[in-house]
Design a protein. Structure first.
Length: 200
């Protein structure tokens, strides 16, 4: 099965693009969703996170306080690496297990930090969703309420846009209307089906 790693900077529209692939019947495995599943109350991963960051990382209901943790890890590269050491091996192992169980011509692996983790061998091709920085900022401000300083902190933790584009086998430019992105996904879908059928 052909495995396509979908990645991109914050606010580029990775989830939207993945959703369009899903609408076409393509299996989608999302690293962020796996991460949420891995840190439910009582899980080994959450236990390790509490041990590393202290009880402040938990909300009043005993669940992970994502906003608190995000502020901490994006303010400190050391803290970010500590969290990644806990989560990333578990995420990639689970992603591999789920992909192996699929029966499809190809699948999409949504991995926002694919290039940052260096785990590019998990996929056959890298698909980058790209958008201008000004548009990324507007989207993230509207979606998450992040101010410019918070956006900059997240962006500093990611590889540069130029490096991401250099690593891409395919690029989806998401700077227009949703219909444009949907059409571009449909075109890529046809190409990926052809590649899968050819065993490439």
């Amino acid at each position: 099965m052909l495995k396509i790693a979908l990645t991109g900077g914050i606010g580029t529209g990775k989830s939207t693009a993945a959703g369009y692939f899903a609408e076409l019947g393509v299996p989608v495995i999302d690293a962020d969703r796996l991460a949420r599943d891995l840190v439910v109350p009582g899980s080994p991963a959450l236990h390790d996170i509490v041990a590393a960051f202290g009880p402040e990382v938990l909300g009043t209901t005993g669940e992970l306080d994502r906003a608190w943790l995000r502020r901490v890890v994006f303010a400190s590269p050391e803290q970010r690496r500590r969290l990644e050491a806990i989560l990333h091996p578990r995420i990639y192992a689970e992603m591999g297990r789920r992909a192996q169980a699929l029966n499809a011509p190809y699948c999409i692996l949504v991995i926002p930090l694919l290039l940052e983790t260096g785990e590019t061998t998990i996929a056959d091709r890298i698909l980058v969703v790209d958008a201008p920085e000004a548009l990324q900022r507007r989207r993230v401000r509207a979606r998450d309420g992040l101010n410019d300083a918070e956006f900059d902190a997240v962006q500093r933790a990611q590889v540069s846009r130029a490096d991401r584009l250099r690593s891409a086998d395919d690029v989806l430019v998401n700077d227009g209307e949703p219909a444009q992105l949907k059409a571009a996904v449909a075109a890529l879908h046809r190409r990926y089906l052809q590649r899968a059928a050819a065993g490439k």
